[in-house]
Write a protein that binds this ligand. Structure first.
Ligand code: UT7
Length: 368
């Protein structure tokens, strides 16, 4: 049975920074409250023309560059997102086209902030089954478009960004060792985006009552989060035969520093063992774990062979964790030129669109 290794990682965040100070000018809040209660200092906000797919494609190309893998070698793309570009087509398909992953099947996965862990687990299982060789898992968000900037309970928390992993098959032991995925739909009402789906399609009423914005019972989500972070971490450690002291790093969902501190106390692990960057990005939902991983790698906190745990929770309710032996890129004979691949992808996409148009023009009655 092949092993599923994480061989590439990349991130992309908007350039625009929104500080707590900036927020205090638009809503009744202040820097001290936000830092004390959440640990967040600033977050990134997408500019016009920046979408989950554009950020996702940038993060993906960086991940492919690290892995030394051409987009055309990808078999599968899973895009975890809480803020899909459309209900359909899937954001994964937009990214597939943008990077030119012509061979890959692509779909979105909706498990809110746990989505990236669920996606990594699904990709790893497909690789271990032998049905695919390589996968791209993306977490990508523009939450700023779904935040009510008048609601101080939510607007201080969220930010935009994207992160991606490449997973590849190898006979070398390691990679994703174990993973758990959990859900409890009875808590679905605690964190929701009520309108825009089939129950409350867009209407004057939904727009006027703000039903297209994120709504959250912060206290209940907090209580749930502190419990499941510890529980899910212990589960994946047990399943992979690891002990807590074997862990080099825990990379948690970056929602609130106090939630992570409570989890650290529950696991009896020092805070140095936790990767934290929520102070600079806020909660980027599905993107928070891959963005934190990229920064951990850049800071030299991840070496091949290190044992790490990813753990997260989110709307649904959902929660999960994965225990991993960190690998790094597999050896490759020819490293692809990712920028050239990107241009070639645009060209192939243009040709395919043109052919479709010409075929439609020449054979308008083909379906009769
Ligand atoms: O990916 C999952 C996403 N969600 C989460 O992870 C959310 C989990 N929950 C949390 O992180 C926390 O519950 C919050 C950060 C959302 C809130 O922190 P809290 O310590 O639970 O505050 P609270 O809601 O109990 O509010 C305490 C006080 C209230 O005032 P009173 O009633 O005590 O006078 C709030 O009105 O703080 C007030 N408050 C604020 N004050 C300044 C609430 N939001 C703000 C604010 N600025 N932004």
């Amino acid at each position: 049975m092949p092993y599923a290794h994480i061989t590439g990682w990349g991130m992309a965040v908007p350039e625009k920074v929104l500080t707590n100070q900036d927020l205090s000018k638009v809503v009744d809040t202040n820097d001290e409250w936000i830092r004390d209660r959440t640990g967040i200092r600033e977050r990134r906000i997408a500019r016009e023309g920046q979408y989950p797919s554009t950020l996702g494609a940038d993060a993906s190309l960086k991940a492919l560059d690290v892995a030394g893998l051409s987009p055309r070698q990808l078999d599968l793309i899973i895009c975890a997102t809480s803020t899909p570009e459309h209900i359909f087509p899937a954001t994964a398909c937009l990214i597939q086209d943008a990077i030119g992953a012509d061979k890959a099947g692509a779909f979105d996965l909706l498990a809110a902030c746990s989505g990236f862990i669920f996606g990594v687990n699904m990709a790893a299982q497909a690789i271990r089954s032998g049905s695919i060789q390589s996968a791209l898992v993306i977490g990508t968000e523009t939450l700023s478009r779904f935040v009510n900037w008048k609601d101080r309970n939510t607007c201080i928390l969220f930010g935009d960004g994207s992160g991606a992993f490449v997973l590849q098959a190898s006979d070398e032991p390691g990679g994703v060792l174990s993973a758990v995925m959990h859900s409890d739909g009875s808590g679905g009402d605690l964190l929701t985006l009520p309108a825009g789906g089939a129950r409350h399609p867009a209407s004057d009423f939904t727009v006027h009552t703000g039903m297209h914005y994120i709504a959250m019972d912060g206290k209940e989500v907090y209580r749930f989060a502190t419990k499941v972070m510890v529980q899910a971490t212990r589960e994946v450690l047990d399943q992979s035969g690891l002990k807590i002291e074997d862990l080099k790093l825990v990379i948690p969902h970056q929602a609130n520093l106090r939630i992570i501190e409570t989890a650290a106390r529950g696991l009896k692990l020092p805070m140095e063992k936790f990767m934290i960057n929520l102070d600079r990005y806020g909660n980027t939902s599905t993107a928070s774990i891959p963005i934190a991983t990229v920064e951990a790698a850049e800071q030299g906190r991840l070496e091949p062979g290190d044992k790490i745990v990813f753990v997260g929770f989110g709307a649904g309710l959902t929660w999960g964790a994965a225990a991993v032996t960190w690998t790094g890129p597999l050896s490759v004979e020819h490293k692809p030129n990712i920028q050239r691949e990107k241009m070639a992808a645009r060209f192939r996409s243009f040709i395919r669109r043109s052919i479709r148009r010409v075929e439609g023009f020449l054979n308008p009655k083909e379906l009769d």
